[in-house]
Design a protein around this ligand. Sequence first.
Ligand code: CAA
Length: 385
Amino acid sequence: MNIGIDKLSFYVPNLYVDMTDLAHARETDPDKFHIGIGQDKMAVSPVTQDIVTLGANAAAKILSDTDKKEIDMVIVGTESSTDYSKASAVSIHRLLGIQPFARSFEVKEACYGATAALQMAKDYISEHPTRKVLVIASDLSRYGLHSGGEPTQGAGAIAILVTSDPRILTLENDSVFLTEDIYDFWRPSYSDFPIVDGPLSNETYIQSFGKVWTRHKEVTGLALPDYDALCFHIPYTKMGKKALLSVLPETDETTQERLMKRYEESITYSRNVGNLYTGSLFLGLISLLEVSQELEVGSTIGLFSYGSGAVSEFFSARLVKGFKEQLLANEHQALLNNRKKLAIPEYEEVFSQTLPKHGEAAEFSDQTRFSIEKVENDIRYYREN
Ligand code: CAA
């Protein structure tokens, strides 16, 4: 049975910072951000958007009334949870009007969460082929003003509808996964921001890729020429490129050139958004599918997922007939083009705003389809416009 992605979309907040402005404000050479890190714009989330609203805004675009009746599970991959107990998936389930006899829960392992959710969805559909699973990756990537990770921040969500006989791609049964207990990037429960060992995180990312890639080759017999494109988790666009460059010497020049071109297409959106944590790999996939003119039915795409801490996975997918008609390229490009640019003092103000805590109340206005309406008695109330 073919199981995979039937519908796919993303949502990012409507505010961004230009990386040249950020570089000037931080007395840094703009080339470091644009070339050294590989980022041009960075999405900034207003206080009225959280992982629930970002996720609901991403999913609302793709779900039909029939989908809502046929979805059995809503799984949110995130490392930006707002509650230790209640899962964001429960609120998203209600906001989207999904039939009540469904499972809704969150999955956590840094930026790997949504991949775990996707594979769980695939397993569920193999037992229940007439049903559907909604996977959401939703995160606010925040390192703090003036921090080392500041140029690699971002925010947004991905929505993935997993079904049998999918209309975008099928997921192959070839996952290779790896767990290594390290501290490269983590966020203790008392901390607003992650603690990062930047060099170790870069090193571990590449080494983990090398390990799952090598084992995947041994297990499947597939090598670089067998792939039309490779997609990577993209904490910043230079990172995936480094991983790709580490294996390119294994192949001929034509394949190298093809994979590099497809990589550039896969980072077009991320360059203008920044890190989505769990969603980054899938923003790369959407960018590849919507920007590239070279992919066709049957094209094979390799995907590398990495979550600090660390869990990684390499798996492959194959494009199916009609995939182009399922994409939302125009809508996604309009979303990116119609955002408001923030001057650095505005960004710093927006970034520093927080929701009330400990029973304090506040009301908000936001024209986005889903947003936070108010906080009262420690409950977030959501508005649908
Ligand atoms: N012109 C062009 N390039 C320049 C430059 C200039 N003027 N100045 C510096 N550069 C280049 C450097 O040579 C370097 O390139 P290489 O990596 O190819 O050597 C690059 O810009 C970055 O320079 P630094 O290493 O000096 O930058 P930094 O000390 O500010 O740290 C960072 C960069 C480690 C990515 C930091 O931003 C960070 O900690 N980010 C968060 C952690 C992260 O994203 N880690 C990735 C792996 S972990 C993961 O993937 C999970 C996740 O999502 C967090």
